[in-house]
Design a protein around this ligand. Structure first.
Ligand code: COS
Length: 379
């Protein structure tokens, strides 16, 4: 067993870390405060080929794979989780459905510009009545001649306003449960496709999250992904990969908490010495460092399994669950170590706490991850 990253992966880690430290970290607090989408950062990430990492060269990618991509998500999120979620939602749930299940023509038409970062992608599964119960989809798609006509509402959609393409689920065969759900590629410029004003969120405030409303959206018949009825399973498989991304994002936030708390504890003097010299603080930092390292192992292992073409559903859920709960705990402990200052906007840890909380909710709550793991155990 070799835990060493390849030369290419080390180079990606170094490059993204430097980029995030120099260009993103200094503006992250401002982006959060102003709830401003980091368009210029997204364009620079595209020029660095970060959107291309997971995809093969045949579709505009670099062929570096999921582990390299997870490392990039981690490093970006360490500086700015809002940018991290924009990146992760674009790649692993926005573009991946087309990459995994699209025809050659669909991949050339959509994956190539997504991998080049020329357009952003969004993933439309969640609805007002279909959250954890992903099969509760109410959106419908009806075939009329050579067009699918789509009607419905998708909520909490990352990149909704910015996306050039959205991949969504809709019921095509009512009464058949999850077997009656299909997935579609919807160009967002299609008449009848619109988005709500952005949500006013607790955290990840610089990411673009809105509702998608589809009213008689007519798309070509060939924009279905795979065959009718395959959408639910396709989306479940996509979410398996998405969970690696959220694990990596959580890992980035948790690492940022550790970095900030350690620096602060070494500088903050109380009772005549730095608070890092007190066991009460040391134990918090030690626990944080341990959980960060274990999260990294879990996330990298799940990504590695995916790259090998091996089953990874269980490992992805475990990585997402462990890393996201680590991020929340690390953020709470970082605020505690900062004391009163941690509660103030002028320090970054209150942002980490607000951002971390979404990690135990999005792309499958902690409760759903436990359910998936229990099912994988054969319960
Ligand atoms: N990969 C491939 N197929 C899968 C799968 C996976 N990870 N998970 C389930 N399936 C298949 C099942 O094997 C089943 O196939 P058969 O009908 O051939 O037996 C089919 O999908 C339906 O599965 P099931 O009956 O178990 O579906 P449920 O409605 O009970 O849902 C959970 C299962 C709860 C696990 C699913 O709804 C889920 O993951 N919910 C969370 C969704 C989520 O993460 N939402 C967040 C917002 S999206 S950003």
């Amino acid at each position: 067993m070799d835990f060493t990253l390849s030369e290419a992966q080390q180079l990606i880690k170094q490059t993204v870390r430097e980029f995030a430290r120099k260009e993103l970290a200094p503006i992250a607090a401002g982006l959060d405060r102003e709830a401003r989408f980091p368009q210029e950062i997204i364009e620079k990430m595209a020029r660095l080929d970060l959107f291309a990492l997971p995809y093969s060269e045949a579709y505009g990618g670099t062929g570096d794979g999921c582990l390299a991509y997870a490392i990039a998500v981690e490093e970006i999120s360490r500086a700015c989780a809002s940018t991290g979620i924009t990146y992760a939602a674009h790649c692993s749930i926005g573009t991946d459905p087309i990459y995994l299940f699209g025809t050659e023509a669909q991949k050339q038409r959509w994956v190539v510009p997504c991998a080049r970062g020329e357009i952003l992608a969004a993933f439309g599964l969640t609805e007002p009545e279909a959250g954890s119960d992903a099969g509760g989809t109410r959106t419908t798609a009806v075939l009329e001649g050579d067009r699918w006509v789509i009607n419905g509402v998708k909520c909490f959609i990352t990149n909704a306003t910015r996306a050039g393409v959205a991949v969504i689920t809709a019921v095509t065969e009512p009464g058949r449960g999850t077997a009656g759900i299909s997935a579609f590629i919807v160009p967002t410029a299609t008449p009848g496709f619109r988005v709500s004003p952005p949500y006013d969120k607790l955290g990840l405030r610089a990411s673009d999250t809105a509702e998608i409303i589809m009213e008689d959206v007519r798309i070509p018949a060939e924009n279905i992904l795979g065959k009718p009825g395959e959408g639910f399973k396709q989306f479940m498989r996509v979410l398996d990969g998405g969970r690696i991304s959220i694990g990596a994002l959580s890992l980035g936030i948790a690492q940022a908490c550790l970095d900030a708390a350690l620096d602060y504890a070494r500088e903050r003097i109380q009772f005549g010495r730095p608070i890092s010299k007190f066991q009460a603080i040391q134990f918090k930092l030690a626990d944080m460092a341990m959980a960060v390292e274990l999260s990294r192992l879990a996330v990298y292992k799940a990504a590695w399994l995916k790259d090998q073409g091996l089953p990874f559903t269980r490992e992805a859920s475990m990585a997402k669950l462990f890393a996201s709960e680590t991020a929340v705990r690390a953020a709470l402990d970082a605020v505690q170590i900062f004391g009163g200052y941690g509660y103030m906007k002028e320090y970054p840890v209150e942002r980490y706490l607000r951002d971390a909380k979404l990690m135990v909710i999005g792309e499958g709550t902690s409760e759903i991850q436990r359910l998936v793991i229990a099912r994988e155990l054969g319960c």
